[in-house]
Design a protein around this ligand. Structure first.
Ligand code: IPM
Ligand code: MG
Length: 363
């Protein structure tokens, strides 16, 4: 059965990095007979420029009809001035919400060859392997009411609402426990239960879900402490589960442990295996279009797509191994050049991964 993949390049370095992932996918199709059909559509600023909105209906329809979405990045200074409701970021948030992508998986690993590229001491990060499970369709990002008001004395106020119900907490907790069961069986739930009622509920519900997973060790940590512990001793973590905004912040922090944000993929999943896969690096407009961006996060996002939505575990591993081999061979884009090796551009990096993939399979 042919599986449908929608590719949304978006803005900034999005299109050029997903193009390299598409090259890798193309090799799997043409050289190894993987049965997928690829389509493209506009999102973010690119869609605003052409259609006037960040998530055109056609794009949403195509995404709803696909088995998985491979996403680049969105946003940039060009669209910063426009109305909040029409910003590029809204396109991504609407996609997450409309596709029901409540579970965001952000793996953080430190490839040994990149230890020198990290600002951390090599012994602190060697062997690092954390999975951040971020709730993605609730919390303060989506909570109502929200908006601006002017009080009786004429002072303007902006406000948002942080709320979670039991069902939302239960399902993200379950995802975290299931993943932990395939790893080192430890879950750290991150909240702010010393201050927030919503965190108190979060803790209670995570505890109750934990009762169905006796093999998993659960602990709780306040978010400020978690930020500190991630820098002090990141290897103490296996799976971290947390809410939408805490996960946003902690995942950027954690991304630098491994050396470069340019290396990290992510998966955003619904309840049935459909997913949106994106590098977490964002649109980086300052280096866009200059063949400087690191495409490995996009290629590793493709590996996650193969694993989680297409259930092609073998190919997912092959792609990850090819990325590892290219790094071992000393090939480096600018962001990871601090670790030595030979400096190459975006396209050459994509070509190198394809070559490695073919070599692994003896082609
Ligand atoms: C992320 C990004 C997004 C978020 C932005 C672009 C809306 O920072 O995926 O982490 O805040 O979720
Ligand atoms: Mg973020």
């Amino acid at each position: 059965m042919t599986r449908n993949i929608l590719i949304l390049g978006g803005d900034g370095i999005g299109p050029e990095t997903v193009a390299e992932a598409e090259k890798v996918l193309g090799a799997l199709v043409s050289r190894f007979g993987l049965d997928v059909a690829v389509d493209h559509a506009l999102v973010g600023g690119a869609a605003i420029d052409v259609i006037g909105m960040p998530l055109p209906e056609e794009t949403l329809d195509k995404a709803l009809a696909s088995d998985a979405v491979l996403f680049g990045a969105i946003g940039g200074p060009k669209w910063d001035g426009i109305d909040r409701a029409l910003r590029p970021e809204r396109g991504l948030l609407a996609l997450r919400s409309k596709l029901g992508l409540f579970a965001n998986l952000r793996p953080v690993t430190a490839h040994p060859a990149l230890a020198q590229a990290s600002t951390m001491k090599p012994e602190v990060i060697a062997g690092l392997n954390i999975m951040i499970v971020r709730e993605l369709t609730g919390g303060i990002y989506f909570g109502e009411p929200r908006g601006f008001v002017t009080s009786a004395n004429g002072v303007r106020e902006g406000f948002n609402t942080l709320r979670y119900n039991v069902t939302e907490i239960e399902r993200i907790a379950r995802v975290a426990f299931e993943i932990a069961a395939t790893r080192r069986c430890q879950v750290c739930s991150v909240d702010k239960a010393n201050v927030l009622e919503v965190s108190e509920l979060w803790r209670e519900v995570v505890e109750s879900v934990a009762r169905s997973y006796p093999a998993i060790t659960l602990r709780h940590m306040y978010v400020d402490n978690a930020a500190m512990q991630l820098v002090r001793d990141p290897k103490q973590f296996d799976v971290i589960v947390t809410d939408n905004m805490f996960g946003d912040i902690l995942s950027d922090l954690a991304s630098m442990l491994g050396g470069s944000i340019g290396m990290l993929p992510s998966a955003s999943l619904d309840a049935h295996g459909r997913g949106l896969y994106e590098p977490i690096h964002g649109s980086a407009p300052d280096i866009a279009g200059r063949d400087l961006a690191n495409p490995l996060a996009a290629i590793l996002s493709l590996a996650m797509l193969l694993r989680h939505s297409l259930r092609e575990h073998g190919w997912a591993e092959q792609v990850e191994q090819a990325v590892g081999a290219v790094l071992d061979a000393g090939l480096r884009t600018a962001d990871i050049a601090g670790s030595g090796g030979r400096r190459i551009g975006t396209r050459e990096m994509g070509d190198a991964v394809v070559r490695e993939l073919l070599a692994q399979a003896g082609k």
